[in-house]
Design a protein around this ligand. Structure first.
Ligand code: NAP
Length: 281
């Protein structure tokens, strides 16, 4: 079997950022206007602090102005909804990112749903999900699923008619990526914690998407030789949800961890922010 292809999300993110940066600076030259992405961080979860900082850095690389909104751990759902309403009404803001997860006690989905669809550049509200599921090309996609689809399509992975198995059904990952794969004409199976015979189901897959949140959960023995492996997981110690060390050599292509789905996710957030900015002009 030939060497598996590495689906390098970091390199792809760099390419996408360069394309975006050129678009933003051309527009700025013509109009003097700059896109603004509001990033809302509630509490001080260290991983969330890092993600928001990384997103802010990506904004600056592309020419987007990050507007940092930091709220205390004790914020209530009503207070967060009021903050989002302010940003929805602010004409200068073209995108709103509410960093997941918010502290327990806040109704996260309600807050996601209150983001105006035209500013939902992270693709987290039900309106965006519904529109994307129904095939609306203009609706904003959830960033991590969009990253996965971008990696697959830009690296030329054939999707039509392929058996895709998604492990995980979270609202920000498993469910939306399953819908995007379905829209790309894959035959999709979505697995979760109550799924029976998981190894046998995964063994059928031409494309495996792991979004479980458990380190090295998917074993090499479950993989059909030549399958494409997409590891969306990111666990302590820089390991994904697939035992890539043993499974990747069996695959035809795989996303590494780190350097696969993660970096490209941020690029997708930037991409949809620029899209929203240009749509407003
Ligand atoms: P999540 O909300 O915890 O969802 C995990 C999913 O895995 C659930 O649907 C759960 O099933 C399923 N699951 C749990 N145990 C299982 C088992 N034994 N067999 C089959 N399915 C099982 O996690 P998430 O937010 O989707 O994140 C998943 C992973 O992706 C994590 O490693 C996270 O760090 C990573 N992630 C990466 C990015 C990125 O940009 N790279 C973004 C977000 C998340 P039930 O629904 O039945 O409970």
């Amino acid at each position: 079997m030939s060497e598996p292809k590495i689906l390098d999300g970091r390199a792809l993110a760099k390419e996408i950022e360069a394309e975006l940066s050129a678009k933003v600076s051309a527009h700025k030259e013509k109009t003097g206007k700059t896109p603004v992405l509001a990033t809302i961080l509630v509490g001080e979860n260290p991983a969330s602090v890092t993600y928001v900082r990384m997103k802010g850095n990506a904004c600056r690389r592309v020419g987007i102005e990050p507007l940092k909104v930091e709220l205390p751990e004790t914020t209530t759902t009503e207070e967060l909804l009021a903050e989002i309403a302010k940003l929805n009404a602010d004409d200068n803001v073209c995108g709103i990112l509410l960093q997941h997860p918010v502290p327990r006690g806040i109704d996260e989905q309600l807050c996601f749903n209150s983001i105006a669809p035209e500013k939902d550049v992270d693709g987290v509200n039900v309106t965006s999900f519904g529109a994307v599921t129904m095939g609306d090309k203009k609706a904003y996609k959830c960033a991590t699923p969009y990253s996965i689809m971008t990696i697959l399509t830009r690296y030329g992975v054939e999707l039509e008619g392929k058996e895709a198995v998604v492990i995980g059904r979270s609202p920000i990952l498993g469910k939306p990526v399953a819908m995007l794969l379905l829209n790309a004409n894959c035959t999709v199976t979505v697995c979760h914690s109550r799924t029976k015979n998981l190894p046998e189901i995964v063994k059928r897959a031409d494309i495996v998407v792991a979004a479980v949140g458990k380190p090295k959960f998917v074993k090499a023995e479950w993989i059909k030789p030549g399958a494409v492996l997409v590891d969306a997981g990111y666990n302590e110690g820089n390991v994904g949800d697939i035992d890539l060390e043993n499974a990747a050599p069996l695959s035809s292509a795989y996303t590494p961890v780190p350097g696969g789905v993660g970096p490209c996710t941020i690029a997708m957030l930037m991409s949809q922010t620029v899209e929203s900015f240009l749509a407003k002009e």
